[in-house]
Design a binder for this molecule. Structure first.
Ligand code: GDP
Length: 391
């Protein structure tokens, strides 16, 4: 797929910066990306997005210092300056892209408020689908982050054509702070979504046996709502040897370099089925009840000699037996790599405990805010009859 990424806010900018870095190392360029922020320092910290593609908005309001956690201001500034964002997107060229992907942390201010506004405008202006990758905050970040994320997500699902969720709290380790985990988490995000969003692009390794083209990704995501992604990677070195930091996550080949294996057809297909099962039953970007997914996409990426039509077909049937819907698409995607990776997209999920929890926290927070406002209003009732110092 050819993708136009827009990284909104700090998290969004950093993650898109990493997608661009990954793309630079790929045999074919599939990604284009810009970053939008109200905080100048966040934009300056990026490494791979060109300077002219970093857009500072809200200068007259927040003077380049960011909106803090005020996502309402984030949304307002974005709406006020949408023309300059769209102009930059237009000037980078959109005629050859298959989809827009807006990436943002939903618990903060700029990305949380701005991303739903941008999705709405992109959808109005362009024919290509607009997807979001939304990062959920960890509970330790406090109720305001949860409240922001719930409001942002409830809006986003109506503005984007589909929203992929990555839940920070499900991915950080016990005892680890979210901040110290960012780099590792971003690596996980870019690795999974990199394989998915590059589906259908023809690399040096040629065309797959069962090519997944961008229309199949788009059809899988047609139902809207939120989606979750599973991923698993094989640990055997099988074919190519001289690996640089590969697309499947820089899993460099050391001593095992010469352990070439010749797998029979049966072995290959069993290996693929095993990987797909691990991908779907292991840790998902958004932990959820996979039996409620309406559609799915199974993607196998790896060295051409490891691809196996029967394995892909059997995996698709297995996924179909386990999800609510019957539409399971899939295929393979040859890649210069020493490992095989499986990506399973569980599209349009019906139930995810973390989202329920966020919505619940948001409801309670709103009620608490209303109560404290009422208390504040009535606090001075007893002072009736006391003359103010001046009128
Ligand atoms: P914004 O700049 O106002 O949009 O807000 P941030 O992007 O700084 O933060 C919003 C949310 O994203 C918070 O819940 C953060 O924990 C999370 N976040 C910030 N930076 C990163 C990052 O690099 N990776 C991940 N996974 N999450 C991040």
């Amino acid at each position: 797929m050819r993708v136009f990424f827009i990284g909104f806010g700090q998290a969004g900018g950093k993650i898109v910066d990493m997608f661009i870095d990954q793309d630079k190392k790929a045999p074919v360029r599939s990604f284009r990306g810009i970053a939008v922020n109200t905080a100048r320092t966040d934009l300056m910290g990026l490494k791979n997005i060109e300077l002219r593609d970093r857009i500072l908005i809200g200068q007259t309001v927040v003077k380049g210092h960011g909106v803090g956690t005020d996502n309402v201001t984030g949304a307002k500034i974005t709406a006020d300056e949408i023309d300059s964002i769209i102009n930059t997107i237009d000037s980078r060229g959109t005629h050859d892209i298959d989809a827009f992907i807006v990436v943002a942390g939903l618990g903060g201010g700029t990305g949380s408020g701005g991303s739903p506004v941008l999705c709405r405008h992109l959808k109005r202006i362009y024919r290509e689908p607009v997807y979001a990758v939304g990062i959920l905050p960890a509970p330790e970040e406090g109720r305001l982050y949860s409240y922001n994320a719930a409001r942002s997500l409830s809006t986003l699902v109506n503005e984007a054509d589909n929203t992929f969720i990555f839940d920070n709290s499900a991915w950080k380790n016990e005892g680890e702070s979210v901040k110290s985990a960012y780099e590792r988490l971003n690596d996980e995000i870019v690795r999974r979504f990199g394989v998915l969003f590059r589906a259908g692009e023809v690399g040096r390794s040629g065309v797959g046996e069962m090519v997944v083209d961008s229309s199949e990704v788009i059809n899988t995501l047609r139902g809207g709502g939120v989606s979750s992604v599973g991923y698993a990677i094989s640990d055997k070195v099988t074919q190519s040897v001289k690996q640089k930091k590969g697309l499947l996550g820089g899993l460099s080949v050391k001593k095992k370099e010469n352990t070439e294996e010749v797998l029979t057809g049966e072995d290959k297909s069993a290996k693929i089925i095993g990987l797909v099962r691990r991908a779907m039953l292991g840790r998902l970007t958004l932990p959820c009840d996979y039996t409620t997914a309406e559609r799915a996409l199974v993607l196998i990426a790896g060295p051409p000699g490891e691809m196996d039509r029967k394995g892909v077909e059997k995996s698709k049937s297995w996924v179909e037996e386990n999800i609510a819907g019957v539409e399971v698409r899939g295929g393979d995607y040859p890649l210069e790599s020493s490992k095989v990776a499986a990506v399973v997209v569980l599209a349009t999920i019906g139930d995810a405990p973390r989202i329920r929890e966020l919505l619940e926290i948001a409801k309670e927070t709103k009620e608490d805010v209303i109560k404290s406002k009422e208390r504040r209003v009535t606090m001075f009732d007893d002072g009736e009859g006391i003359d103010p110092l001046f009128e």
